[in-house]
Design a protein around this ligand. Structure first.
Ligand SMILES: C[S@@+](CC[C@H](N)C(=O)[O-])C[C@H]1O[C@@H](n2cnc3c(N)ncnc32)[C@H](O)[C@@H]1O
Length: 228
């Protein structure tokens, strides 16, 4: 909901860690209808009131993520947008060795690269949550903010998150989760996991343990932490 919804198209993989999957142009990866709209918004995404809201959500999520995994060394942000969250983590985790961001919108990835402060640990790639371009067990912390609600296949995305985390790795995912959103599931978003119960079931099915919910912002923006 924190973002637009339109028909979409995405580009080819273009950098970052060595790809092990190529979801691009692969009919097995459903294209998210929102991606094209995010692609067009990339240059102004961090501006204005909505930009401030997203930065605030990211800041709170970073606090939570670093309380869960204070010594994280390899971090992935799925649906990283313009890379704001990873830039904050880069400052807070001087000992981290890999700070990777992946996003389905190529212009978001370009913007993230442009804004990265010459820190060689920050690497951004175009790719889908549903087919992450990383080897299994690559990360010890995986963060995602206000992207999950846009994933075309949330089950596949969470399975991929579990796959790329090392055993004992931490997931911290922030999005819209509330019983207040049940009416939105009747109209148009039937398959979305917008309640803690639905998302919890998907997380458990994907192999996550120690699933805990945290209030991040207002009544409906929550974060979930879990481990592999
Ligand atoms: C509301 S923005 C959030 C960006 C950033 N995480 C933040 O908090 O500002 C949602 C992002 O998710 C990306 N996205 C949507 N579907 C995706 C998918 N299936 N895989 C990866 N990224 C996706 C969009 O391109 C967009 O950049």
């Amino acid at each position: 909901m924190v973002g637009p919804r339109h028909a979409g198209s995405v580009g080819a993989p273009d950098g970052g860690l060595p790809p092990v999957h190529s979801g691009w142009n692969n009919p097995a990866v459903p294209r998210d209808r929102d991606v094209d709209a995010f692609d067009r918004r990339a240059a102004r995404y961090e501006n204005g009131r909505i930009g401030r809201l997203h930065r605030d959500i990211a800041d709170r999520t970073v606090d939570l993520a670093l309380s869960c995994a204070p010594g994280a060394r390899r971090v992935l942000d799925v649906g990283c947008g313009t890379g704001y969250l990873l830039r904050q983590i880069a400052q807070r985790l001087p000992d981290a060795v890999e700070l990777a961001g992946v996003d389905a919108a190529p212009s978001m990835v370009e913007m993230a690269r442009t804004r990265a402060p010459g820190d060689g640990r920050l690497r951004f790639s175009t790719g889908f949550a549903e087919k992450l371009p990383y080897s299994s067990g690559s990360f010890d912390l995986l963060v995602s903010t206000t992207s999950f609600d846009h994933w075309a296949d949330q089950r596949a995305g969470l399975e991929e998150c579990a796959r790329v985390l090392a055993p004992g790795g931490h997931l911290v995912l922030t999005d819209l989760f509330s019983l207040w959103l049940v009416p939105t599931l009747v109209a148009g978003h039937r398959g979305r996991a917008r309640t803690t119960a639905r998302a919890g079931r998907l997380l458990t099915a994907a192999g996550f343990r120690s699933v805990r919910w945290h209030r991040i912002y207002t009544l409906i923006l929550r974060a979930v932490s879990a481990t592999t």
